[in-house]
Design a protein around this ligand. Sequence first.
Ligand SMILES: [Ca+2]
Ligand SMILES: [Ca+2]
Ligand SMILES: [Ca+2]
Length: 434
Amino acid sequence: MARSVAGWLLLLVTSFGHAATFTVTSTADTAGASCAAVCTLRQALTAANNAAGADTVAFNIPGVGPHRITLGSALGTINLVTIDGYTQPGAQANTHAHASNAVLKIIVDGRTLTQTILTVTGGSVRGLSIIGPPGNFGLNVTDGGTVAGNWFGVEPDGTTTVAHSRSLTVNSSSTHTVGGAANADRNVFVAASTALRFESAATGINTVRNNIFGLLPDGVTPAAVDFAIVSIGNLSTQSVIANTISCTGGIALQSFGRVFEQNRFGTTTDGIGNPGCTTERLSTFSNQSFSFNTFANFASSPLPVASTLTGIVLRSNRIVGGTAVPFDLNNNGFTFNDETDADTGANNLQNYPTISESRRIDDDQVLMAGQLRSTPGTSFALEFFCLARDHASCIERVCAGQRRTHFDRDDHSDDGCRRCGEFRTGACRIRRQW
Ligand SMILES: [Ca+2]
Ligand SMILES: [Ca+2]
Ligand SMILES: [Ca+2]
């Protein structure tokens, strides 16, 4: 009996074939089905497609590089192939916490093409500088294909940008992640009309994670994309996690995303600096959730909430700079409270708490008093935040406009505002008195 099971397993392995590695050794664009001592990218992809296994295309092109592979025509479709540009000697995946210090050695240059450069069916693409066609997509990703650790629209020097139409499209009902949790997975998208597009077939779980949009790999210098992400797929299964999205000429996220967490909109990749560019708003839909994001330096409301939308959750987000109402219910500027909160509109025009007192009791406690005049007999979650000591924008935030009245009890500085240095670093306890 044991022998027959072993034989069955052997048969299974044989039927799937063995994964092989095909190594690109030339920047030429010669076609062919074999990958011999001299092997082009096109030949390696064809050979990997023809072989039965889930194969790898590696790189070992002579010379220091970077090596430019200029394509004369589209590369077609690859099935279950891993293309790994980090196998080229000298290449190195990103290790930076929020920018990209990746060393890329392979440029796939499709700037003269009219078609999509490559359709990735399963498998993965890593470690490439992809220069896209002016009128089509760089990559078309289906069936769970992974795209991580690439730069789109910028060459390996980190500064030479090449304008293109669309970097990447996702086009199947499988689960897809663009980027990933690891620093090495971070993609950079610049100089695109639309960086990512999710087509109507993209009905699966789709996550955009840990990427940079609209800034060069240094994480500081603007290199705008018009739209960072556009979707006509299933919005309810889309998440946007821990990306930097800045310098967008059009709507930053158009019809994409239900869950937004830990993203930085309108800042440099450290979440603090101002890149000095315009970042446009997100489009909003009912039941979206925004938490722990930074929204910075917006000229108009980053989240205008139309009067027909409800159930939008906004928790623990950080607002920096800008003059507009950050989360604008009914998209009409500042909206006043109403008695018992009976009105309807965006998020039912939820009333906000009015704070009558906020003062420090000791090093660890702040006393706050106020009212939330809303629907009687209903529970509400209220969030309060402490200013971090010596935060760069502390004085501005405390003293700007009405906010100063929250802190005017004692210990004023010369300009009538409480000194930032009086506030403790990190979490503080707040005594409730409602
Ligand atoms: Ca409003
Ligand atoms: Ca109200
Ligand atoms: Ca209301």
